[in-house]
Design a binder for this molecule. Structure first.
Ligand SMILES: *Cc1c(COP(=O)(O)O)cnc(C)c1O
Length: 446
């Protein structure tokens, strides 16, 4: 455990029932002002956060097992990040890198070129959101190869813009009635060991066979995949699946894009999830954990691919904003100096045995999976592998009401996922898991 000093007491402390009166007031205002299409998983409104806690407007202190969807790995008010943001904002908040460039952008690019897998010559371009990074990775792959088709997988999540909706697998809530979608996207079977029981090489061979029959390598610009699928259910592909796909791409001049937006920056116990199987993607998309909560995203990859694009072909008004870059540099420094990658592995070592005994006690956990601080349980009807989305939702609501911010996901809506800040204390993590455990036992009738 690195020596972390916290500003706020690291405790779960409920002074009202949830939501409290001030949160309820805000919910009423929100209903009249904010589009109904934006959902929130917890019913409370936040005012402060530090380490493993979020404090709401009523003074309740909640345990954070979500990190704002894998973003605040270094904490939501990391002192180094906060100082870097303040310092940069006091000088300039924006000039636009395409107008009057600045050093922070270059520094972030140098660091990402160094940190991402592979020691080949790399280049980086910065954006604001994960979806924007994915869009641009596809733009780059198409231009560089002169081909159009893109392969994405079952259970994939790549964002909510038009092209990334097309790449995302799940209809409700992400795509339903938002079409038509971008053309030349082909969906292939993924590796989902709990449900397909396939060896990684066999699963890859099936996907490759379908790619060759239905598209043809000569028409294929890129294959994009999350090394551990996030929104689709924290699905860890069987060993060998990713290397086989990457090798096939390399042999066929197809750009292999690893979408590391959720898995990146020490979340899974190494800098990137690709490191775990030694794969070296041609392009890597990054966002979420990159900048301690500031909006920043990146595409890093082979210099020949990125430099193939004509000057002016990539960019955006805010991409690589100087405040976001300053935050990223501070967050990357902290990830390294506090060795949060080992901290992520330590979180796995604490959580997995607790989840295993919970599985034995309740009989409703079909699978326990994930790596580092990206962990999940798959909730099923006892004695089957039939997803139980109703129980999952009930558990999530009750866990949130008990003062633990916890998220669900999955194609079948039956995954409870754990994404604690990497700076959470052992005690708080264990307490959060205990709350999930007692709720799950009660709801499962144990
Ligand atoms: C969150 C996510 C995205 C989209 O990122 P946004 O910043 O929400 O646009 C894309 N890919 C993966 C794997 C993600 O988890």
């Amino acid at each position: 455990m690195p020596d972390i000093t916290y500003r706020l007491p690291q405790e779960r402390n409920l002074v009202t029932s949830l939501p409290g009166p001030r949160s309820s007031e805000l919910a009423t205002r929100r209903k009249r002002a904010v589009a109904a299409g934006v959902g929130s998983s917890a019913p409370v409104y936040a005012v402060d956060a530090d380490g493993g806690v979020i404090v709401d407007v009523d003074g309740n202190s909640l345990i954070d097992l979500g990190s704002g969807i894998a973003v605040t790995s270094v904490g939501a008010s990391n002192p180094q990040v906060a100082a870097a943001v303040a310092e940069q904002a006091a000088h300039l908040t924006h000039t636009c890198f395409m107008v009057t460039p600045y050093e922070g952008y270059i520094e972030v690019a140098e660091r990402l070129n160094r940190l991402t897998p592979g020691d080949h010559e790399k280049r980086t371009v910065l954006f604001n959101s994960g979806a924007e990074a994915v869009e641009n990775a596809v733009k780059i792959a198409r231009l560089a190869t002169g081909r159009q088709a893109v392969v994405a997988f079952d259970h994939a999540y790549h964002g909510r813009t038009n092209l990334t909706m097309a790449l995302t697998a799940k209809s409700m809530p992400y795509k339903s009635n938002f079409g038509p979608f971008a053309p030349e996207i082909y969906r292939m079977p993924a590796s989902y060991p709990y449900r397909d029981g396939l060896d990684g090489k066999v699963a890859a061979a099936e996907a490759i066979d379908r790619i060759e029959k239905q598209i043809g390598a000569g028409s294929l610009a890129a294959v994009i995949i999350e090394p551990i699928q996030g929104e689709g259910g924290f699905i860890v592909p069987a060993r060998g699946f990713l290397p086989a796909l990457a090798d096939w791409c390399q042999a066929n001049g197809v750009v292999f894009i690893a979408d590391e937006i959720q898995t990146g920056f020490a979340r899974t116990g190494s800098w990137f999830a690709s490191n775990d199987e030694g794969i070296v993607p041609d392009l890597v998309t990054m966002a979420k954990g990159i900048a301690g909560g500031m909006p920043l995203a990146a595409v890093t990859g082979r210099a020949d691919l990125l430099d193939a694009v004509h000057p002016g072909g990539l960019g955006g008004t805010y991409g690589g904003n100087p405040v976001a870059c300053a935050a990223a540099i501070a967050a990357l420094d902290y990830l390294e100096s506090a060795d949060l990658a080992s901290r992520a592995r330590h979180i796995e070592e604490i959580a997995k045995p607790m989840l295993r005994s919970l599985a034995d006690e309740t009989g409703v956990i079909g699978d326990i999976r994930g790596r580092g601080a990206m962990l999940a349980i798959e909730i099923v009807k006892p004695g089957t592998n039939e997803p139980d989305a109703v129980l999952t939702k009930e558990v999530a609501t009750a866990v949130n009401a008990a003062g633990v911010v916890m998220l669900t996901c999955g194609t079948y809506g039956n995954i409870i996922r754990l994404l604690p800040p990497l700076v959470i204390s052992d005690e708080l993590l264990i307490e959060g898991l205990d709350v999930i455990g007692s709720v799950l036992k009660a709801k499962a009738g144990k």
